[in-house]
Design a binder for this molecule. Structure first.
Ligand code: FES
Length: 121
């Protein structure tokens, strides 16, 4: 297995390179969905926008669906600070942060590293 590390703040998950990030997080017991959205989400179709996370590290480019969803409120501006975990392939070691809010659009950290805590920052 070509393994990669997913740093979620309090631990590192090990996954296979190229894995879908949402699936890898869920299988590691780290939900990309905040309370409420854990039950009500699109299950990875790329339409609800609730799996939005901050990512540092190599991932696949945004899909057209992801581009569109991240321009739709409460998200705005398209992929930038946030990416949709369900649309992302993890291509190397990643540092991931989940923010508050139903869609993960808030400022407060739910899990993961703050910018100043990240490796290489
Ligand atoms: S799970 Fe709905 S957009 Fe990712």
């Amino acid at each position: 297995m070509d393994g990669i590390k997913l740093d979620v703040g309090d631990r590192e998950l090990v996954a296979e390179r190229g894995v879908n990030l949402r699936a890898a997080l869920l299988s590691g017991g780290c939900s990309p969905h905040n309370d409420g959205a854990r039950l009500v989400n699109c299950r990875g179709l790329g339409t609800c926008g609730t799996c939005a996370v901050e990512i540092v590290g190599p991932v696949s480019p945004p899909t057209r669906l992801e581009e569109a969803r991240l321009r739709f409120p409460p998200h705005q501006g398209g992929p930038g600070r946030l990416r949709l975990a369900c649309q992302v392939e993890a291509l190397g070691d990643l540092q991931i942060t989940k923010r508050a809010g139903f869609w993960g659009q808030g400022a407060a950290r739910v899990w993961g590293l703050e910018r100043e805590e990240r490796r290489g920052s």
